[in-house]
Design a protein around this ligand. Structure first.
Ligand code: PGA
Length: 247
């Protein structure tokens, strides 16, 4: 089964730095297994996506947005539509990252619209789901995940879901490996109950070169979403290298 390694640069990068980053990352992509068995995606700040698309056109890297708007166009200052992302060559878009849920108040009705917009534009949505620490302590994880996944009921094509408990993001703390496998498994079966189809289920939250092997070897985890450790090409390259060996 194909596996995914996704970089989420968040609000990081400079136009000059991206060229150096890609030049350095290229040497980690020559392995045939990377080309054939891994899908490597970089989700960059929107202002840099065109540059990134140009720099990666000869490489086995896909480019994704970090969010899209609920409308295709119009009077929404500062926003980017899914159609615009598709127009500049993006194939994927992150939707519902916990930072957007937290700082931009994105709830299920907003996120469902975004998923539909992404799909209509021909993008593959990567829906981020996951419980907060409080929800976990209240034993509400399953209920939260079911609610978050429920917005995918009308999705038709390929779908990626990233399980990212927000207490594991940027903290250096990850859930127990068995818990991650169980959660990914649960998400897969909830999605199947909802749609009758399979989705790719990824894990995200403090993934790095030291812990990525376990995730990439697991039958329940279809890949990883990497924040901080994707910011340097050497560490993201190492993650790709380890991911390719794990297949
Ligand atoms: P992190 O971020 O790898 O820095 O924990 C992951 C994410 O936010 O997607």
């Amino acid at each position: 089964m194909k596996k995914y390694i996704i970089a989420n640069w968040k609000m990081s990068g400079t136009s000059a730095g991206i060229a150096d980053y890609i030049a350095c990352l290229t040497k980690y992509l020559t392995n045939k297994r990377v080309e054939n068995e891994l899908t490597v995606i970089i989700c960059a700040p929107h202002v840099y996506l065109s540059t990134l698309k140009d720099l990666t056109k000869e490489l086995s890297i896909s480019v994704g947005g970090q969010d899209c708007h609920t409308h295709t166009k119009g009077a929404f200052t500062g926003e980017t539509s899914a159609e615009m992302l598709a127009d500049i060559g993006c194939k994927y878009v992150l939707i519902g990252h916990s930072e957007r849920r937290k700082y931009n108040g994105e709830d299920e009705s907003i996120l469902k619209n975004k998923v539909i917009m992404a799909q209509n534009a021909g993008l593959i949505p990567i829906l981020c789901v996951g419980e907060s620490l409080v929800e976990r302590e209240q034993n509400a994880t399953l209920e939260v995940l079911k609610r978050q996944i429920s917005i995918l009921d009308e999705v038709k094509g390929e779908t990626l879901i990233a399980y990212e408990p927000d207490w594991a993001i940027g903290t250096g703390v990850t859930p127990k490996f068995n818990d991650i496998q169980t959660m990914c498994n649960t998400i897969a079966s909830e999605y199947h109950k909802l749609t009758g189809k399979d989705a790719y289920i990824l894990y995200g939250g403090s993934v790095n070169a030291e812990n990525v092997l376990d995730f990439m070897q697991s039958e329940d985890v279809d890949g990883v979403l990497v924040g901080k450790a994707s910011l340097l090409p050497e560490s993201f390259g190492k993650i790709i290298e380890i991911g390719a060996q794990a297949n």
